[in-house]
Design a protein around this ligand. Structure first.
Ligand code: URA
Length: 236
């Protein structure tokens, strides 16, 4: 439990002194009720409003994780599987920015900042999501063109902004294809390749915007720098 003015000040919207004034002037509600008593103690679970706006109590945190295979991209899993947030020790209620499948690896950002998430996820911002896919079979130029021209998923046409054949393994009849998309539909890359006749055997996300896996081994994470966070806000 913490003193109300301390929690308000910690949210960054006012100094401790200003927070005390706000409380004394009846501008603060706890769980919908006006509170004017300065010493009031609140817990994490209490909802605090200042001037009728719910305050964000936590400071913002931002992480880049190299997601390993066999981890779910949620904050909890009903089947008890390991989640991406289990890999990052923090008390902040962070969540993944978009999802990678259980068997997909690579770049995953996590945060408790909804504005940051929206910038990266909104298709209008055209943020690159670059994947390396191992396909069963060897893709043909015609199929690459189809992916770039647009294929139908969920009654919508989605396009790859770039598709590059990187490697061909004739012996095993597989190939490696780099594909860039801007949306983040469920299983989008797998379904796009399926729609032109190829099964994805392995999938790794190499980059989101300017975030890549440099210096991060599978399962490792790091905090974003303030400069990187500011750069994301400038993508809007
Ligand atoms: N597309 C997919 O099919 N799976 C992912 O995990 C990410 C994008």
């Amino acid at each position: 439990m913490e003193r109300l003015q301390k929690v308000i000040a910690a949210s960054g919207i006012a100094s401790r002194r200003k927070a005390e004034d706000l409380i004394a002037n009846g501008k603060v509600k706890v769980n919908g009720e006006v509170v004017t008593e300065l010493g009031t103690k609140v817990s994490d679970k209490d909802e605090i409003e200042v001037n009728n706006e719910i305050i964000e109590k936590e400071t913002k945190e931002y992480y880049l994780l190299n997601k390993p295979r066999g981890v779910v991209s949620t904050t909890s899993d009903e089947k008890g599987r390991k989640t991406v947030t289990d890999l990052i020790p923090t008390k902040a209620r962070i969540y993944p920015v978009g999802r990678l499948d259980y068997d997909t690896t690579g770049v995953l950002l996590l945060t408790n900042d909804g504005d940051f998430t929206n910038i990266l996820m909104h298709p209008n911002n055209e943020v690159d999501k670059v994947y390396m896919a191992k396909l069963k079979g060897i893709i043909k130029g015609e199929q690459i063109n189809k992916l770039q021209d647009g294929v139908e998923l969920d009654d919508e046409v989605v396009k790859a902004t770039k598709v590059k054949l990187k490697k061909v393994d004739q012996k095993n009849n597989t190939c490696m294809v780099q594909i860039t998309i801007h949306e983040g539909k469920n299983h989008q890359v797998k379904r796009m390749f399926e729609s032109v006749g190829y099964e994805v055997l392995k999938l790794k996300r190499e980059r989101v915007a300017f975030f890549d896996l440099k210096d991060l081994q599978s399962g490792e994470f790091r905090k974003l720098t303030p400069k990187e966070v500011a750069k994301v806000f400038s993508l809007k």
